[in-house]
Design a protein around this ligand. Structure first.
Ligand SMILES: [Zn+2]
Ligand SMILES: [Zn+2]
Ligand SMILES: [Zn+2]
Length: 140
C-alpha cells in the first residue's frame, strides 16, 4: 500500500463517517417533517425596517419622560486627535473577532462608536463614519 492508496482510503473512511453523521443528525428532525406542496417557500413580501427619528415617550410624569430619554441617549463620547488613525483607511485597522473590537489607534473606533462633530478628528477625511455619512447622502 503506497501513500496514495492510504490517502484515498482515509478519505473514503472520512466520507463514510461524515455521511453517517449527517444521516444521524437529520434523523432527529425526521419526526417533525410536514408534507408541503411547493418547496422551497420563498416569502413574497418583506417587512421593511423603519428608523424612528421622532420618538416621544408617552408617559405622564416629566421625571419618567426624562429618564426614558436619558436611557435612549448614547453616552459613549470620545475624543480623537486631529490627525487620527481614522483619517486613513490603511491605519483604520481590522476587526478582531476574539476581542469583539477593532485593532486601531482611533479612540472612537475602539469604543465602537462613529466619529462626529464633537470628537475632534478631521471629518472631511474621517473613515469611521460609514453609517452617518450614508445617512447624510440620503438626505441630499
Ligand atoms: Zn479617530
Ligand atoms: Zn472620532
Ligand atoms: Zn474620525
Amino acid at each position: 500500500m503506497d501513500f496514495d492508496d492510504r490517502n484515498s482510503n482515509a478519505l473514503k473512511v472520512f466520507d463514510e463517517k461524515m455521511k453517517k453523521e449527517i444521516v444521524d443528525k437529520f434523523s432527529i428532525y425526521s419526526k417533525y417533517r410536514l408534507p408541503c406542496d411547493n418547496w422551497p417557500q420563498i416569502p413574497q413580501s418583506f417587512r421593511r425596517y423603519k428608523e424612528i427619528w421622532d420618538y416621544y415617550p408617552a408617559v405622564d410624569t416629566e421625571a419618567y419622560k426624562e429618564e426614558i430619554n436619558k436611557a435612549l441617549q448614547s453616552k459613549k463620547k470620545h475624543t480623537c486627535p486631529k490627525e487620527c488613525a481614522c483619517c486613513d483607511l490603511n491605519t483604520l485597522g481590522p476587526y478582531i473577532l476574539e476581542k469583539q473590537t477593532w485593532k486601531t489607534d482611533c479612540p472612537g473606533r475602539l469604543a465602537l462608536v462613529e466619529c462626529d462633530e464633537s470628537c475632534g478628528c478631521d471629518l472631511t477625511k474621517c473613515k469611521n463614519r460609514s453609517i452617518s455619512s450614508k445617512l447624510e447622502n440620503n438626505f441630499l
